[in-house]
Design a protein around this ligand. Sequence first.
Ligand SMILES: [Zn+2]
Length: 409
Amino acid sequence: MNYAFLLDWGKNNALTLVAVGITLVLIYHYVIERDKAVKLSKKYRNSIFEAQSRIFLNATQYLIEGNKDLAIKEFLNAVDLNRETIDTYFALGGLFRSNGEIEKAISIHRSLIARESISESTRLQALKELALDFDKGGFIDKAVETYKDVLKINRDQQDVIQSLCRIYEDIEDWDQAYNYRIMLSKVGHENQSETISHILVQKARTLFESGQFKACAEELEDAFRFAPSVSAKILRLRLFLVLGQMENAKSLLLELLKEHPMYATFIFGSMENFSNKLSQYEEYKARLQELKAYFLTLMDIDLMSSPSVVLSKIRLLKDQERTNDAFDLLDHWMKNHGHSDVLRVEYIKILIEVGKVQEALTQTKSLLNNLHSSLTRHYCSQCGYNSDDIFWRCPQCHNWETIQFRWKV
Ligand SMILES: [Zn+2]
């Protein structure tokens, strides 16, 4: 007996094995139920069983021949849907979906929905499965439509609402993303305020980028009503610059840096982005320079102990070609703190620029001894996703504000 051959055949014919399994389940139920007192006459039950077995045997035959479509049709023709066969259908549909055979999963779930003899709860379950098929298969419009159909039957479906939230956030339809987040906050127990604030900030940012500053400010106020998220504050800071409210801008910057010093480099990076097509461009740039100058004067001890704040200052000074000032600042910092690989790299660069090559070599050596394997600046605390970019919503696990910073020894 060639067992390797059998194994190989089993791999290629997983569906056939499933079909045989289903047939066995049916026979089992037939045997168990045969002796029970049932309303149907024995003869009638026998004929149903014969019909069912014939269908499944046919299906098995088709599968062996490799004709999966006909096989499924045979499965779906099975008469006398009872609780067990329905569960089997769901199992088979799920198997097809996880196997990437979306079309087949869809046809199974559609045929279940079309059945007249099933209960409402089974129909709802089949509709949910169908939506998952569309979702997995990338048929976004159909997935959305079907998820919504499920909600029409029963609004209290947290997982379905969550799926709609994910889809709308993926395609950046922030209006709908907002609507379904609100719905989720009513159905679920988790507080959604932070996320809703983020969504409203995304909406406001789109308005900001197209120069609709009044509408942007209104959306932003809404965002603050839900939660004063970091992203909301950064956008408000940019709005202050556009409106020329410099005192507000300065105090908000200080507040932001004290609350979240690790965002310092990102704050300045994101403020640079301003479309030169907008009429406020020149004013904005001038005011940004003023804000940067203010930032360079901040010498608060707490602030200056943050590597991110120091790095932002070093970069601003280098942009202004004040290399010696940058060196003095960093030299002082390295001698008093000195526990940041990122700043050490910056320090080595400046040491070379100011001609202190020997010191640069010493620093390089100690850097190499300390260098950790982590190469990205940020990672997701939920799923470990790595990125150099700031992400408010993790592209991998879709959670909001799970970003972590790698400022380590
Ligand atoms: Zn993640």
